[in-house]
Write a protein that binds this ligand. Structure first.
Ligand code: MN
Ligand code: MN
Length: 296
């Protein structure tokens, strides 16, 4: 990995760390989710980074991909278990990191700790040449030793410039794969722990989209959105509320629907634990250099 690229990954990581600290300060009972998301995203820009995706603030049995919508009035409630999944990029080089915050209560300390200890154990063994199943095995052990289960159909992944999900898949259980981590890879490791059955299912469509397969489109509104997305977000996920601010709400719903129907945009689903179990997530980004660097 080139020195310049390493520096950009590190810078994104430094910003992401500050965003996690700020999230711990401002996520409180009765705080509006929209205010929190916007404040965190603005802070990323203030610190000279860019949000790599809309701030994900998934609560309780929702494991991932929830972000406030346009004019969202949702507030955080006492007892909420919030997964804050932060994405920051510098020139497309991504820091992908997550923490879990419990709002005003301490009922889920052990569940949170299970995901924290799992990622720590995984980082300890994540080196070039190590089989990815070994990462999965230490994650599974750490979570099960606390009496919880890992979510099997959510996994860590590789990171490349402007791409936040590339091979290899880093499992959260021992999947027996003999595939090995390679030097020069940037990876995100993200164990999810739950007291449920350990699987997620689609709950509903989210307000998060991503450019998937650009091709010409006739409708003028759709074309305007597509041009804006290609230029500003490239192949990283973006939020409907970002577009509402940047290109306006007129025709936005219709345009997004048309682009999604034509396979040009991918619309992410909100993912919830199948049995309604509570979910905690901790995530870090690691550069697999000769001696690996945790950037976040
Ligand atoms: Mn993440
Ligand atoms: Mn990730």
């Amino acid at each position: 990995m080139e020195e310049e690229v390493i520096e950009k990954y590190k810078k994104a990581g430094e910003i992401a760390k500050k965003i996690k600290e700020l999230a711990r300060e401002i996520i409180k009972e009765n705080a509006k989710t929209l205010d929190v998301a916007e404040k965190l995203e603005k802070e990323i820009i203030k610190l000279s980074g860019k949000p790599a995706w809309p701030m994900n603030l998934s609560v309780n049995e929702i494991a991932a991909h929830w972000t406030p919508t346009v004019n969202d009035e949702t507030i955080f409630k006492k007892g909420d278990l919030v997964k804050v999944d932060v994405g920051v990029h510098v020139d497309g080089h991504i820091a992908d990191t997550a923490i879990t915050i419990e709002v005003g209560t301490k009922n889920w300390n052990e569940l949170i700790k299970a995901s924290e200890e799992a990622v720590k154990a995984a980082i300890d063994v994540a080196k070039p040449g190590v089989e990815i199943s070994k990462i999965g095995a230490v994650i599974e052990d750490a979570i099960k030793s606390k009496g919880f289960v890992p979510i099997a159909n959510l996994s860590g992944h590789g990171l490349e410039q402007y791409q936040n999900h590339t091979p290899p898949t880093i499992p959260n259980f021992d999947n027996r794969s003999t595939l090995k981590l390679e030097e020069g890879m940037a990876i995100a490791i993200e164990p999810f722990a739950t007291n449920g059955v350990g699987r997620v299912i689609d709950a509903m469509k989210s307000d998060i989209f991503m450019l998937e397969n650009p091709k010409p489109i006739r409708s003028q509104t759709a074309r305007k959105i597509l041009n804006f997305v290609s230029e500003n977000y490239q192949t990283l996920p973006f939020g409907k509320r970002w577009l509402a601010k940047e290109v306006g709400t007129f025709g936005l719903e219709l345009g997004l629907r048309e682009l999604t129907r034509n396979g040009i945009l991918h619309n992410f689903s909100v993912l919830k634990e199948e049995s309604g179990g509570m979910v905690a997530q901790t995530e870090h980004t690691i550069l697999l250099l000769d001696s690996p660097i945790v950037t976040t």
